[in-house]
Write a protein that binds this ligand. Sequence first.
Ligand SMILES: *Cc1c(COP(=O)(O)O)cnc(C)c1O
Length: 396
Amino acid sequence: MHIFSKSFTQQEPIPEAAIEAAVAVMRSGRLHRYNLAEGERGETALLEQEFADSLGVPYCLACASGGYAMQIALRAAGLQFGDKVLCNAFTLSPVPGSIHGAGGVPVLVDIQDDSTVDVDDLRRAAEESGARFFLLSHMRGHIGDMQAIVAACNELDIVLIEDCAHTMGASWKGQPSGTFGKIGCFSTQTYKHLNSGEGGLLTTDDPEIMRRAVILSGSYMLYDRHLAAPGADSFGDVRLQTPNCSGRMDNLRAAVLRPQLAEMPDRRERWNRLYRVLEEGFGQEKSVVLIPRPPEEGFVGSSIQFRLPELSRERIAAFIAGCERRSIPLKWYGQHEPEDYTSRYDSWRYLGNTRSVPNTEKMLATLCDLRIPLTFDEEDCRAIARLIIEALQESE
Ligand SMILES: *Cc1c(COP(=O)(O)O)cnc(C)c1O
């Protein structure tokens, strides 16, 4: 039996230019984002400016993590303690966690077979709950029909916030993911598209939301040191009425990120080449149902998902075990106990009673997920596809 030899959790090294920039920050001693020499703009403010430019939006705030960006996004959008917040039932645990952390109450919305949000159920959930916010995860990089989602939110008077942890660099009909809602939230955690260990980015074109987000992130009265925020003279009462919920990014992480941001278009291309090799390999097997990639979607294939709708639980469990024996850590969302990053909505017990989401239940029962690190090449992906198909046939 062949065994795959590379690690699915090994990322590429940090680019040399980023290492040099990080060393320069350390030599300066000025790691805090507001600790600037005369005339210096600082790595964090420059990262914000560059990220805002890459999306074509005026404002960007760098902060401690993607989950933190979502928390302050909700608060900056006007969430009050106890307010309901819609979120797709298929997401990762930091999403309901950030709603909870911001004082909101998550309301689950069902998904379709293509893993994106079910807009009809979004309408039902909004009407039943009276929620005024929707934190939409583009889960595993699959983007729903953004025209339909935005239209429903506008009609229902819902503030749309996008969780773009898996869609940095992605687009829908040419428009960057994160620019459809009022706010876009991104993560620069090691397993996402840029790697600073931990980190988050929030973007918006709304000056009032941005002023609140800047103060919330812990700017003290130093908001004039931002380059992608509204003018300092516009902060008026906001600076006194907004709590400081300390969660800034520092210059060291921003220095590590800036050269990586410039590589994003190239990374996207490399990821998609690997994705297409896996997709083609899995497509050989009739029982494997891939998630469609509509032409409107400019995706970044940093992970791949497929369903096995005709297979029993026992058969899927045997298949996953066969993948493990080949050193392929295929994740299965149908597992009853949460494992690694695949916890599912029914393991978030603190939510209490939730709406029923039958299609999510059905989908997750047979959904498999595989990370695609850029340390793999096309030959690795061909080998992975072969080994996975072998494990599938063996489990028969
Ligand atoms: C990683 C992730 C987050 C949170 O990002 P952190 O930077 O780890 O806080 C949020 N949503 C999704 C879908 C994620 O995968």
